[in-house]
Design a protein around this ligand. Structure first.
Ligand SMILES: [Mn+2]
Length: 331
């Protein structure tokens, strides 16, 4: 268990009350938890009368454009953004906020860091990190509700999607009675569960399915059936017409295979460095993929983690397979 000392939620609330302008943001290549938490906190601060700037290094993926307020999120330009307070959400390291966001906010005097990644580096003037929470959205709900901050229907919808996406629709380990209680509270605040789930899980672009077809063709089952992996190569991307964001959540298809303990997705990243993005998911608490990824300079959670490796793909795959050999032997 972590021995980190968190700032109290009351002190974080006081810092918010004291500010007149704020920026809210999360990690690059944002997912549902990142954007839902960003929007929820930004909207709550706006309801308090604060001037709020909603940022992300990358554009909102089309699959999350339905989130209430998603059109408010903008990418920073070259100009500095002058605010009293920055709130970073769901982002384990300040690097993951993105170079442009960091540059734009370099002169901001105060930072709050709210997250659920065990690997969070406690950056910022104040931090509140709870790695037992399955989603940052869960922490945000507990913060807003316990400190008398507003939770409008739009805020509730964002928090519902944040928690739903990071828990795999309330399925993964880490989903607790508290998670369901929060979901119930959000439903009481007016969330339309069927409509939001349809928008979240039943509205994917066709190119994502074409990507899935290509990925299954590249699938390998190794380590005596305990590791399933695939590789999102530039060729597969081009053939399917998919965008990097389209791969979000597809790894669950690998995790769902009987006997598989670790799902591994490799992705050839664009750019001259030829980096390989690795995503790992574990089905066993005895196999800590956060640790495997830390070995490659990455991080995350015990059952869901990622890293960036030097290429080429075949070499990265070999090194990860070796690390998984060891991790499986020790588990
Ligand atoms: Mn998250």
């Amino acid at each position: 268990m972590s021995l980190r000392t968190n700032t109290s939620l009351d002190a974080i609330t006081a810092a918010c009350h004291a500010a007149s302008s704020c920026a809210v943001l999360s990690h690059f290549r944002p997912d549902g938890d990142a954007l839902g938490s960003t929007l929820a906190v930004g909207m709550a601060l706006e309801a308090l009368g604060k001037q709020v700037i909603f940022l992300n290094e990358d554009p909102v993926p089309s699959t999350l454009a339905f989130l209430p307020g998603a059109d408010r999120i903008r990418q920073p330009g070259t100009d500095p953004i002058d605010v009293d307070l920055v709130i970073a959400l769901d982002c384990a390291t300040s690097e993951r906020l993105g170079a442009n966001c960091r540059a734009a906010l370099a002169s901001a005097p105060q930072w709050i860091n709210i997250d659920h990644h065990r690997s969070n580096e406690d950056y910022g003037n104040w931090h509140y990190i709870d790695s037992s929470s399955p989603a940052t959205g869960e922490i945000v709900y507990l913060w807003l509700s316990s400190c008398g901050l507003p939770i409008t229907k739009a805020i509730a919808e964002n928090l519902y999607v944040a928690i739903s996406t990071d828990t795999g629709s309330f399925q993964y380990q880490g989903t607790t009675a508290r998670t369901y209680e929060i979901a119930a509270a959000l439903v009481r605040l007016g969330v339309d569960v069927a409509a939001l789930n349809r928008a979240t899980y039943e509205n994917f672009p066709r190119r994502r399915v074409e990507l899935l077809r290509g990925l299954f063709q590249s699938m390998e089952i190794t380590h005596d059936g305990r590791v399933a992996s695939w590789a999102m190569t530039r060729d597969i991307m081009a053939a399917s017409g998919a965008l990097p964001e389209d791969s979000e959540g597809l790894i669950d298809h690998l995790r769902a295979i009987e006997g598989v303990i670790v799902a591994a997705a490799f992705e050839e990243l664009p750019g001259p460095e030829g980096k390989i993005r690795l995503s790992l998911r574990s089905k066993s608490p005895q196999l800590d993929v956060g640790r495997v990824c830390a070995h490659f300079g990455g991080g995350g959670h015990m059952l869901a983690a990622g890293a960036r490796l030097t290429g080429p793909l075949s070499n990265a795959r070999q090194r990860v397979f070796e690390a998984l050999d060891e991790a499986l032997a020790a588990s």
